[in-house]
Design a protein around this ligand. Sequence first.
Ligand SMILES: [Zn+2]
Length: 371
Amino acid sequence: MNARQIGTFRGIPVRLHWGAVAVAAVLGLLVADGVLPQLVPGQADAAYLIAGVIAGAALLVSIFIHEASHAVVARRHGVDVSSITLWFLGGVAHLEDEAPNPRAEAQIAGAGPASSLAIAVVVAAWGLAVSSVGLSLLAVTLYWVSGLNVILAVFNLLPGAPLDGGRLLHAWLWKRHGDRSRATVGAARAGRGVGLLVAAFGLFEVLTGNLGGLWTAMIGWFLYGAAGQEARSGRLSAVLSGRKIADVMAPIPPMIANWTSLRDLLGSQSDHERIVGVDFGGTVTLVSSRAEIARAAARAVAGKQTPERLRDLPLPEPVEVDIAEPASAILRHPGRPIVVTQDSQPVGIVTSSDVERIVAVHHLATDEVAA
Ligand SMILES: [Zn+2]
């Protein structure tokens, strides 16, 4: 997500993706051009436009307050929040870790919809107060903003991960069975169902002539994919539970300079499939495999770039994890290679192929037991 940081909230970076601004602009325009002239006819064009701008801005502010509420409650439960991002499908508060217990998870998840409902009530009351004085354009705009927040709350309460309702379901399953991984798989399965239903509803809207359904269908499709991701991480966390990162890491291969020429690297034969690159200061900047490096180089060339050195390749940046951490620390950094450190010195690595290997071995072992 290519989002720009626009400020901080209690020290948490707040990022805004252009897609969120585009959606707010389109929605504001719809309000100014379609909704308001129909509901409150006979006003000046400028008045509709101002009301539309207010409605669009209110969408962004509403989503922000929703996410900030998750963040505040998460922190209260000792869960760090790395950022809040607004993008075209809504907002995300990125939690650094999972909730410590079902109760905390339910409170963190519930805070968002609760705040959206609270905004809806306050803004509707404000609309009522305004309409008693007779300013109907402003009143209707306020009602619209109130309705928007009701939709935000209700949609987010759909019972499938990664939506808030899915997290509530997860907390409930976790409390009921006492097994977090099993709850994750259950909530993710519900999320796939919810995603498919939302996508189907969107397509139905498109077929009946409402093009806005395309957006709904896209949200559904995104939810379906995100739920699949949740299910994978649930299965993985079951495999990793009770293990240390030291149990799953691979030994660190001889490190090479990240300014090594790609031609030299890929042209030479080597016993080492894994590649660990370091910069001038000795910091590990790259953990990858020869196959992955070859693929990234081919992609760059196809994209009309001419990468010369290892460091020119757009590969995911490695993250450092201390050797004393549990293996589940891997789950906090999806898609990123891991450098395991001891006293700040690199001693091992965990790449996506290591994770695949661990899962495969686990399934081989459990299938044997089943047979
Ligand atoms: Zn939420």
